[in-house]
Write a protein that binds this ligand. Structure first.
Ligand code: HEM
Length: 438
């Protein structure tokens, strides 16, 4: 056997990285010729070295990718400020995870609320009772009674003009609204019960206590706003020939309060879980910090302009992009008097504002991302900037698709959740670049 053949055979065997040791043993103790054995051993060590270097390359690539998240590890120290040095680290982490869970519940509530609106289920439960609402009707008679009550409200009377509604149709919209309400109550419990437990354990810092009181009030207020919004859709509007819908002002307030609550939970959750990274005190960083904080209100305001589009069903007109029916500025932009009313009550104006505002926001975010490219940002902040920029493009694409496809439930609901994801990246970024207490 030539040495080339031996090397070929050995490298084939060893490059497969299987049962290296047993093969090596066969060569060491078997009847091979010493020359073959030496060649094979040499080949083995070379391939092992190659494997090792490949392995370390792979590990360093994975480590590089995960580096921005390194500081989230459970042993890392979170930010000072609302935290106290007297509270053990593990306790602060538990509190942080709980706050993140509350943020997750708010996210779920917003998504479910969107589905409820889009499936036109929101006006199916015509009263509000804190405890009785928690259980659905348990007998056929109860269901029929509930359906009969619903029939006396404007939404059913409008629907009845168009098509028949069966008891099963009614059950579907009723259960959708019921699930949304149940989720809201569960969110309250997910907040309240651990809050009491953590307070009893002394795991809540002095600075956090008043904040928790504010969150509790906001949660209760959110429930009130939800019912206040639904009530506006249950009232008789004899002059209207359109499908009864809730007031767009109240819908915007309900969505805005949910965004605010989500933002507060997320910010505090991040403060408890992430290690603070001190940034160099340069002019460039101060400027980026200022801009990063402006991203949060920017995304919030674009989202609230979207709430007006949703509230007025303004996504069902001008289903063209980039122009609005072959015009950059549509003819019926200002038809109402006084003129300010157009901003909030004219579907054309409301859609015009939302699409132009959203597109400008994407350009602003892209500009900010461009500014950050050369800045000495820590890896986690850089990841947040990239995510914000990427998500702004995804969100705008979702918005355009929703419009072009005449607001299908799945796309519209994804577009709504996308706005919260975008908001999350804006919050995360501002949190990364915030000024730390001395
Ligand atoms: C930064 C980008 C954007 C954000 C943060 C955003 C946010 C939102 C939000 C929060 C809503 C309300 C959803 C609801 O309550 O159900 C909404 C609705 C809507 N948005 Fe956007 N949007 C963005 C971009 C766009 C763009 C570029 C378009 C189209 C040109 C668009 C079209 C719509 C439409 C048609 C609706 C109404 C959908 C419905 O009735 O459910 N959006 N948007």
């Amino acid at each position: 056997m030539s040495s080339y053949a031996i090397r070929l055979c050995a490298s084939k065997v060893f490059s497969q990285n299987t049962a290296h040791f047993s093969i090596l043993k066969t060569f060491q103790h078997g009847n091979c010729l010493p020359a073959i054995r030496t060649k094979c051993l040499q080949s083995y060590w070379t391939s092992t070295k190659q494997l090792k270097s490949q392995k370390s390359k792979l590990l360093s690539t994975v480590a590089r990718f995960l580096q921005p998240l390194r500081h989230c590890s459970s042993s890392a120290k979170p930010t000072p400020g609302t935290l106290s040095p007297d509270i053990p680290l593990y306790a602060q982490k538990h509190v942080g995870r709980w706050l993140m869970a509350c943020a997750g519940m708010c996210f779920g509530a917003v998504t479910l609320g969107g589905i409820t609106r889009l499936t036109e289920s929101g006006l199916s439960m015509v009263d509000w009772k804190l405890f009785r609402d928690m259980t659905p009707p348990w007998s056929q008679e109860q269901w029929i009674k509930e359906f009969e009550t619903y029939k006396s409200f404007p939404e059913y009377q409008y629907i009845a003009k168009e098509r028949d509604m069966t008891l099963n149709d009614f059950k579907f919209i009723w259960y959708t609204e019921w699930f949304h309400r149940l989720w809201g109550r569960t969110t309250g419990m997910v907040f309240l019960l651990p809050a009491l437990f953590f307070l009893k354990k002394g795991w809540i810092s002095k600075a956090m206590k008043p904040r928790l009181a504010v969150y509790a009030v906001l949660l209760g207020f959110q429930g009130f706003l939800g019912w206040y919004m639904v009530k506006s859709g249950l009232q008789d509007q004899p002059e209207s020939t359109d499908v009864p819908r809730v007031s767009q002002y109240r819908l915007m307030s309900h969505l805005g309060a949910a965004f605010a609550l989500y933002a507060l939970f997320l910010w505090q959750g991040l403060s408890h879980l992430l290690t603070a990274v001190k940034l160099p005190q340069t002019k460039q960083i101060s400027k980026l910090r200022m801009y990063s904080h402006a991203m949060m209100p920017l995304v919030f305001l674009v989202s609230m302009s979207g709430a007006f589009v949703a509230g007025l069903d303004a996504g069902l007109t001008y289903n063209t992009w980039p122009k609005m029916a072959d015009k950059w500025i549509p003819d019926d932009l200002i038809t109402m008097k006084p003129k300010w009313k157009n901003l909030f009550e004219n579907p054309t104006t409301v859609q015009f504002i939302h699409r132009n505002f959203a597109e400008s926001a994407v350009v602003i975010i892209a500009g900010f991302w461009w500014m950050c490219r050369k800045a000495p940002l820590p890896p986690r902040a850089r990841l947040a900037v990239n995510c914000l920029f990427g998500m702004s493009i995804v969100q705008a694409t979702l918005g355009i698709s929703t419009l072009l496809m005449h607001v299908p439930v799945s796309l519209a609901s994804t577009h709504q959740s996308g706005s919260l994801v975008l908001m999350s990246f804006a919050i995360w970024l501002a949190h990364e670049l915030r000024r730390l207490p001395k």
